[in-house]
Design a protein around this ligand. Structure first.
Ligand code: PBG
Length: 325
């Protein structure tokens, strides 16, 4: 059927017709809200590169978690911003560490809310890399040993989902085995499977207080030019027992999300990262784009590409916008 018999505009004529044929719907159910936990009490320190976001102490993290729950957001992911750092990031597996404490407090206040924990070392190491550095490079297998310790400490604290993010080879299988050996076979793993060496993590550095003394992450995170390789990575992680596959960042990698959707029948998470959030906020602050529409259009595009859930700093404001309808 061709014009003039077929006129695609017919089904766009009214809002109710558009609603009937809308293919993608974003809901608060789709969101995971990231929280940066710092030491202290009553602390809520704004992050200048992420307007509207703050580093919070454990008590304030509980307040954020309660707000998420009341907005219908099912999950939060916690990042620790400790004042103690060392060469291997041992604070990451301290049972009395910040995210461990915050997890216990949030689970007590909001037992139904899902608490995800990022299992990595970059916030905990003096050099800012995601593991044990040997001869100027992150040593894969030495890092795995410590990653097992982190996952167990997080599971003991009551985390509902463990999310290893360091892009070490074999990390999903290693975490799975470590958890199963200690009786945590019910805890799912969300694997940062296709995580690219991206400049869009820029503002996260300030938010998470990660140092970067030397080098880059190109020797463990993926080359932004590679799409087929993402399929190899997610296939490996699925084989090692990942329960959720992540693609990160989201916006410059929507094609990767769509390809992974076609290849893998596991739930897919997309991380709408700090730089993506910061760009939108900066353009909106200049009145160059309509903030609210940009937020919802961005989130819709990530879902349309194939993501089941979106880790996003927009979670709370988007949930409010969606509630208003
Ligand atoms: C690693 C981690 C990073 C982010 C989430 N987990 C930083 C990195 O890999 O360089 C970035 C998230 C964002 O930019 O919003 N622990």
């Amino acid at each position: 059927m061709q014009f003039p018999e077929y006129r695609p505009r017919r089904m766009r004529r009214t809002e109710s017709l558009r609603r009937l044929v809308r293919e993608t719907v974003v809901r608060p159910d789709d969101f995971v809200f990231p929280i940066f936990v710092v030491p202290g009490k009553g602390v809520r320190k704004p992050i200048s590169s992420l307007p509207g976001q703050a580093q919070v102490s454990v008590d304030e993290a509980v307040a954020d978690a309660k707000e998420c729950e009341s907005l219908g957001i099912p999950a939060v992911i916690l990042f620790g911003v400790p004042d103690k750092k060392d060469a291997v990031g041992s604070e990451a597996w301290n049972d009395e560490g910040l995210v461990q404490k915050a997890t216990r407090a949030i689970k007590q206040a909001c037992p139904e809310l899902t608490v995800m924990l990022d299992a990595c070392f970059d916030e905990y190491t003096t050099h800012g890399h995601c593991g044990v550095v040997v001869d100027g490079d992150v040593d894969n297998d030495a890092t795995l040993e410590n990653l097992g310790r982190v996952a167990l400490s997080q599971a003991r604290a009551g985390a509902d989902v463990i999310a290893p993010s360091g892009m070490m080879d074999g990390f999903v299988g290693w975490v799975r085995e470590s958890l199963d050996e200690e009786g945590f076979e019910q805890i799912p793993i969300m694997a940062y499977s296709a995580k690219y060496a991206s400049c869009f993590y820029g503002p996260f550095r300030e938010a998470a207080g990660t140092a970067s003394d030397f080098g880059h992450r190109k020797a463990y995170q993926m080359d932004p030019a590679n799409g087929h390789e993402a399929i190899r990575e997610v296939t490996l992680d699925a084989g090692e027992g990942a329960d959720i596959i992540m693609v990160k960042p989201a916006l410059a990698y929507l094609d990767v999300i769509a390809r992974v959707r076609d290849e893998i029948d596991l739930p897919i998470a997309a991380y709408n990262v700090s730089g993506e959030y910061a760009m939108l906020k900066a353009a909106a602050a200049n009145n160059w784009i309509d903030h609210d529409r940009a937020v919802l259009e961005t989130l819709t595009s990530i879902k349309r590409a194939g993501a089941d859930m979106i880790l996003t700093y927009h979670a709370k404001e988007a949930a409010k916008l969606l509630r208003r309808g």
